[in-house]
Design a protein around this ligand. Sequence first.
Ligand code: DGJ
Length: 753
Amino acid sequence: MIIIKKSHKKYSKYIWQKDENVPLKTDVTTITLQSPSATYAMAVTDDGYLLHLHWGAKVKGDLSYILFGKNPYTLAENLRDKGTFMDSVPLEFPCHGTGDYREPCIMVRDKNNASTVDLKFKGTRTMPGKPKLDGLPATFARLEEIDPECPAPENSYDCATVVITLEDDYLKLRAELFYTVFGDLDVITRSVKLTNFSDDTIYITRVLSSCVDFNHSDFDMLTLNGSWARERIPCRAPLHRGKQSIDSVKGESSHQSNPFFALLSPNTDEDTGEAYGFNLCYSGDFFAGVEVTQHGCTRAVMGLNPFDFSWKLEPGETFTAPECVMVYSNEGLGKMSRTYHDLYRNNLIRSEWNKKLRPVLINNWEATYFNFDTDKLIAIAKEAAKCGIEMLVLDDGWFGHRDSDNSSLGDWVPYEKKLPGGLSRLVGEVNALGMKFGLWFEPEMVSPDSDLYRAHPEWAIHIEGRELTESRGQYVLDFSNPAVIDNIKTQMKTILDSANIEYIKWDMNRQLTEIASTYLPVERQRELRHRYVLGVYELMEWLVTSYPHILLENCSGGGARFDPGMLYFSPQIWCSDNTDAIERLKIQYGTSICYPVSSIGSHVSDCPNHTVGRVTPFETRGNVAMVGTFGYELDITKIPSEDREKIPGQIARYKKYAHIMRDGDQYRLAHNTNYDAFVFVTKNKSEALLTVTQILARPNYPVLRLKLRGLNPEAEYTASDGNIYSGSALMNCGIEVPLSGDFDSRQVYFYKV
Ligand code: DGJ
């Protein structure tokens, strides 16, 4: 619900000092967004600044009194000290240059080469639903279908949007702030559209999408950090004076820092306490900064990384900044995560596969790497089909003359030596086994040893005359250039139309260097980082709209682009190249802080594990991979027969339980050095699935008794051991899970009697 109120109010100047009761008349416009348990409130004062009043637990009534504390937030009262005033008021979209020295949301380079912006309120407009963002992925409105026969009435969207217009009269620059509030979730999304309505070019050098000013700094900051093969490991630390930030400057959202952070009350745990989540719907360079100010307040900002960024905005042009998805929870981290999961499953992931059972796949990467041919693949497929596996995914190495990672990216033509008869023969044979077929691409890349590079060296991102850095022996294509996108599109289309390809793995295996484009004019070179991402989105948009039935899985050297921007196009993302079950517990735990399990690409691989050399039980590997889009990545013709014999049972369990994890609520019960446990509960609370995995066994401790969450306390549940337990007993007293030996894992299924 969005409430916009304009009131002509009388306040005492110092409301809390009775003896100085000087009445003060002022116009105050308040803009209030209400969600089930939270309120987000802003106010405009008579001097035109858009102030932040509150984001947090739900409040009723007018909050404009906050403006009139001991130091009233009205500029009229502070004109001779505007500089000091601007540096202390809570602002919704802080500008650089007029006295606010905290992290700003906007900076420019104007015709005088000056950087100041001063945006004042002009008006609001509200609308049902949510407009699309130009060229960018974003959450979308859902129509609540009251009667499928009738056109939906306007008010049947599950969200509503308010657009607040601010303008700088000097620059003639307009900023439209978009806020969307969702009816049944404590979510606010924010984005910004800038318009140059002057006669001069304005260079935008910084535009962040969200800012929240809190009037205290009693927070911990939670981020998801890591590296290749250990992505999204939670990192929590109390805020300290000054600035703390995460970002990416690599051209992808990165292995190192996910575009997510949360501010938590110091006592916040899984089930209690306040949590404020921020997640940028963007797959390139981002910035998230949290600043504890001189006054002990907190400013939290997020958006496009201003580092090495500049955008030429000609008269009449607009620029749209990506969306920041903000979630409030007053029931700990768990509820924050479940809110993100629900929002992304309902209002972000648009693939028709989102809510469908995904085929159980076998991927040949860890089975063969580059060393395969049609016969080898068919041998794997035959054995896999016998075990009930439903799709063969052919990974890297099927094109050009690619026998290693030294060649052929950009030449999307089947490698005849490995695949005689091409893809159509291979796919035909796979399909004849009753299996689907999926294929790997790395569309954004080019190898120095490729026909594409030989024909168009100018299409690689590079600086003329300067040596170009190789990474994994490859270069990045200049996706700001429409001709490059067209070329790759045509090549992909030829392949996709040549055989029955039902799945694509879209990989991206290196970061950007020597960032310059032969396509863009000199004054637009600093736009390349963002234009590159826009080009990737353009090609993905073409792919998912031209081939809507294809199941698209994103990947970036494992999980370097696990972000909401990618989820808009692909319902699943390869989580990490680390497939060790015990390492995956950490990676998948961290990923679940923000992303639903339905999006987490996860496979059973062979042992000793190729990344860490660990040996874990096949059963445990299955249980861990099931908490994701289940599949296998091993040479099924070579693994021990006792492991192979377990596959049909694992697939049957995956299919029986998939809906609980894919569509249900996740409650993380424990994640420590001894064990990892979580339970998924269906929305109607009639089924639940508990998974517990021991790390290292320890002697002479009581048998683990785990208290579940999320069940109906009044209901009775039958567990897979045949015993009947009350929901209240399971949640308040717990259930014993006898684990034996290192890396042992158990699943317990419950259904309501
Ligand atoms: C990196 C991916 O994460 C792997 O799964 C695999 O597809 C390789 N690239 C192939 O080069």
